[in-house]
Design a protein around this ligand. Sequence first.
Ligand code: DX5
Ligand code: ZN
Length: 216
Amino acid sequence: MAQINPSILSADFARLAEEAQAVEGADWLHVDVMDNHFVPNLTLGVPVVESLSRATDTPLDCHLMIENPDRWAPQYVEAGAGSVTFHAEAAAAPVRLAREIRAKGARAAMALKPATPIEPYEDLLPELDMLLVMTVEPGFGGQAFLDIMLPKIRRTRELINKHGLELWLQVDGGVSASTIERCAEAGADVFVAGSAVYGAEDPAQAVRTLREQADR
Ligand code: DX5
Ligand code: ZN
């Protein structure tokens, strides 16, 4: 079954606990960490992740859009994240980092910006629990879905299957009622949705509707 991860980037940051609770029933809560260096936006860090993990029973899926994840990512596991995603473009030693995240007890994931191909990372896939194919340039919510990423999603799914791996394939950026079916058809099974969930009248219902569409 498809997993839907609402992104709290599109929530009201002054009411994070309530906003997290508004999507109970979601599989994971997607937490976008940005440092104003890797991307031109600044969001939140370890203390907020710690507080959020106490405020909700939904496990946290931390997407680190930061420089030097080798140094900082392990702290997010200690802060309570159940899954930690670092960017391939930022990690100096992705295998070592993935092993460290797993050893600390979280799922390890790696993200690819739109211009980063999957092929150079084929041999690294067994070290990961999830691969994130970005479907917008990271940095902001509410951007238009990049259709040109569909072949990369398809290719990544082929590589996962070729190696007989269990890892999840996540998409993030512009995922909505009008794009989720294309992503699912291309092989994605974990869907991040920010504006499509928090921009809806009833966020919990938006999660259920997206899940039904992805499973169609
Ligand atoms: C963008 C973030 C996304 C963002 C998605 O850099 O990684 O998680 O919140 O927002 P929507 O779903 O509105 O494109
Ligand atoms: Zn994200």
